[in-house]
Write a protein that binds this ligand. Structure first.
Ligand SMILES: *[C@@H]1O[C@H](CO)[C@@H](O)[C@H](O)[C@H]1NC(C)=O
Ligand SMILES: *[C@@H]1O[C@H](CO)[C@@H](O)[C@H](O)[C@H]1NC(C)=O
Ligand SMILES: *[C@@H]1O[C@H](CO)[C@@H](O)[C@H](O)[C@H]1NC(C)=O
Ligand SMILES: *[C@@H]1O[C@H](CO)[C@@H](O)[C@H](O)[C@H]1NC(C)=O
Ligand SMILES: *[C@@H]1O[C@H](CO)[C@@H](O)[C@H](O)[C@H]1NC(C)=O
Ligand SMILES: *[C@@H]1O[C@H](CO)[C@@H](O)[C@H](O)[C@H]1NC(C)=O
Ligand SMILES: *[C@@H]1O[C@H](CO)[C@@H](O)[C@H](O)[C@H]1NC(C)=O
Ligand SMILES: *[C@@H]1O[C@H](CO)[C@@H](O)[C@H](O)[C@H]1NC(C)=O
Ligand SMILES: *[C@@H]1O[C@H](CO)[C@@H](O)[C@H](O)[C@H]1NC(C)=O
Length: 591
């Protein structure tokens, strides 16, 4: 995996603004994902209110919710507040009325509004929806709008045909205003075709290398915009009216900041309608009155995922470890917002801040829904000191899947990231603090990782002397044909003492070797690994029986097993547990 800003920084969250009504959203199942019957693809945020954005008069569901003591009771769940023949529980994905606060609802797709009889305009609903005003549009009202120096411009696509595909990511690089030094301070959606637009992001592009992406031309992209455009500086998703950035900070654009940005629009066209067109975009508000701090984006989480199919609950975690957070910031930073990012099977996410080994707070903690993810904004920015840790937890439900999901951009693969907006922006090459398995991205930048001279080890054109020695040892004693030679067992034991053939870094090197482009080098490396693995079963059996016979064996914290005294290196079996499980797999396969 390439550890470079432009390749992996660009996966981004979608935004839903945290306000008072979100307290109530959390008290009903799927409260943050209730569809707006007036607008395909949009969310009715104030579920119990007549205004889709919350506040003001309550709708029939809101009245019942209030009567039930603002709680999700079995009565309320079994009631059909809007009289459309479906119970509130059925509409909100809790048809058995068993949901409790914090639970993941039994169903989280195919939801409908519990307070509006639908389909709107049907005979069955006549007279039941008189209060519904599909014309309500709430306007964003940022303080900067009242400042005569505030400027704006709209970045949008030219009228572009929407493919008859369920999901399309379309991008366009554009020029930011360059006639001054500005802070980007607010954004507002400018939606042309409400039926298809699901989210819009703007990525700041770094200059320097000549970009392969031309300006003002649309291209089909991934969840990534490409072309050195990696830091997300603006986000909008269905249901949101825009965003005023915290008053102390803004993203720097213009002569001293980003000069180019890429617009990315996620179109959903579930019915695969042909002939649709769209020219949506975002209006960007910017000001020459610079604010005290530049904003930056910090990404944390786990880059090494393996989510087996058919599971109710799979949990993955990733840290921004202390040593790494100390490296990426010189002084405290202040976090103004945070959100988890997963793909379709993500159901729950949290981010914990940890100081001196103790959790100081949750930055996020709640159910996750790809179609309406929550971003948490903090009224008082949260201080993060160098050395503080951030732990991201991601929970997936993979019952609908038949294949393992890994970390990748593809929407049917997964991610486990969190995005934090903070100030002041730090001057770092990679604005992130993540883990690949147990290894931090800070460590991966270094020459030596977990004792392994990682970068030099498997240089295909110029392998390190260590690698040559190990290659020689294994080549002389082992064969890559699936048989275990007696002499190979000893050679493997010896070889696996080397840090590059132990633990996570060893797996990482294997993954890298699969990506070698030189076919000769690739075959050589794969043969080496096949030979190295040829005695796994025999070694596992040996360790397992040794371990059973010898009660003096103990397991160190790093997972190595030491038998007969810690000084003796002869009986260290770092792979005991791994090997033992391989052994059992083999045994199982034979039964
Ligand atoms: C259930 O619906 C009926 C009829 O709309 C209403 O009178 C009653 O208060 C509701 N009960 C609850 C618990 O919401
Ligand atoms: C917008 O906010 C300003 C204060 O910042 C207030 O005076 C004005 O009435 C608001 N406008 C609307 C339409 O709410
Ligand atoms: C955006 O800027 C233009 C001038 O370029 C101005 O006429 C317009 O009122 C501004 N729009 C908003 C919504 O502030
Ligand atoms: C739409 O889907 C078809 C078939 O899956 C695919 O070949 C094509 O590239 C897609 N088009 C776009 C613009 O994504
Ligand atoms: C891109 O489009 C904008 C707005 O239409 C225009 O002002 C600008 O000159 C164009 N830039 C290039 C390089 O075509
Ligand atoms: C999240 O919040 C819930 C409810 O407040 C709590 O029980 C849980 O322990 C928290 N943390 C995680 C990681 O679930
Ligand atoms: C920390 O300060 C040094 C020296 O001023 C600077 O070179 C480095 O880029 C800074 N690091 C960060 C993360 O800002
Ligand atoms: C591999 O070695 C060659 C020759 O010494 C060197 O030019 C190249 O940069 C090395 N590659 C890596 C990835 O270290
Ligand atoms: C078992 O323990 C004894 C000493 O307690 C040691 O001499 C011997 O090597 C150990 N055997 C194995 C297979 O670890």
């Amino acid at each position: 995996m390439q550890i470079q800003t432009n390749t992996w920084v660009s996966f981004w969250l979608l935004i839903q603004w945290t306000q008072a009504y979100q307290i109530f959203q959390a008290r009903i199942p799927n409260g943050n994902a209730v569809p707006d019957p007036c607008n395909a693809n949009q969310i009715w945020i104030g579920v119990g209110h007549q205004n889709p954005l919350g506040g003001g008069n309550r709708n029939p569901f809101g009245l019942d919710f209030d009567a039930a003591g603002k709680k999700w009771t079995v009565d309320l769940c079994q009631n059909d507040s809007d009289g459309d023949g479906k119970t509130n529980g059925e509409e909100l994905g809790d048809k058995n009325c068993v949901w409790k606060i914090g639970d993941v609802p039994s169903q989280y797709i195919g939801l409908s509004h519990p307070g509006i009889c639908d389909p709107l305009g049907s005979v069955a609903c006549s007279g039941k929806n008189e209060w519904v005003d599909c014309g309500i549009k709430m306007k964003l009202n940022c303080s900067v709008f009242h400042d005569p120096e505030t400027l704006n411009f709209t970045a949008h696509l030219p009228k572009t045909e929407v493919p008859a595909n369920e999901t399309t990511y379309i991008c366009m690089k554009f020029e930011l205003p360059m006639d001054g030094d500005f802070h980007l301070v607010a954004i507002e959606p400018v939606i042309d075709n409400e039926y298809v637009v699901h989210h819009i992001l703007v990525f700041g592009c770094s200059e320097g290398e000549i970009s392969s992406v031309p300006v003002n031309q649309t291209y089909v992209c991934g969840m990534n915009a490409g072309g050195q455009c990696s830091e997300v500086i603006a986000t909008w998703t269905v249901g949101a009216i825009g965003r005023c950035y915290p008053t102390l900070t803004g993203f720097r654009i213009g002569s001293k900041g980003y000069r180019h940005a890429a617009l990315q629009i996620h179109w959903t066209n579930p019915e695969r309608v042909t002939g649709l067109k769209d020219s949506s975009g975002l209006r960007l508000y910017y000001t020459p009155k610079l604010r005290p701090y530049d904003a930056g984006v910090l990404i944390t989480g786990q880059l090494d995922l393996l989510i087996p199919p058919g599971e109710m609950k799979v949990t993955m975690t990733g840290m921004c470890p202390s040593a790494c957070s100390r490296e990426i910031m010189n002084d405290s930073i202040y976090i103004t917002s945070a959100g988890n990012h997963m793909h379709y099977i993500g159901i729950y996410g949290s981010v914990e801040q940890i100081r001196d080994g103790k959790r100081t707070r949750y930055l996020t903690n709640g159910t996750f829904n790809y179609n309406s993810p929550t971003i948490h904004e903090y009224e008082t920015a949260i201080e993060m000191r160098p050395g503080d840790e951030l732990k991201t937890t991601c929970v997936y439900r993979s019952i609908s899947r038949s294949k393992t999901a890994i970390f990748a951009e593809d929407t049917y693969q997964e991610m486990c990231l969190s995005f934090l907006i903070y100030y002041p922006k730090q001057n770092v090459k990679f604005p992130a603090c993540l883990q690949w398995s147990s290894i931090s991205t800070c460590e991966l930048q270094k020459e030596i990782v977990q004792g392994c001279p990682y970068k030099a080890f498997f240089n295909a054109t110029n392998p390190s002397p260590d690698a040559m020695k190990l290659f020689g040892l294994i080549k002389q004693n082992c064969v890559p044909d699936g048989t275990c030679r007696k002499e190979c067992k000893e050679a493997v034991k010896q070889a696996r003492i080397h840090p590059c053939l132990k633990g996570d870094i060893s797996r990482r090197l294997r993954i890298e070797s699969l990506k070698l482009t030189d076919p000769v080098a690739k075959v050589r490396v794969l043969e080496f690994y096949a030979a190295l693995d040829s005695c796994d079963v025999e070694l596992a059996m040996e360790s397992y029986s040794d371990n059973r016979i010898n009660s003096t064996c103990s397991k160190n914290i790093d997972g190595t097993v030491v038998c007969g005294g810690a000084q003796s290196t002869k009986f260290i079996f770092p792979f005991l547990f791994l090997s033992a499980s391989i052994f059992f797999l083999h045994v199982k396969a034979c039964m």
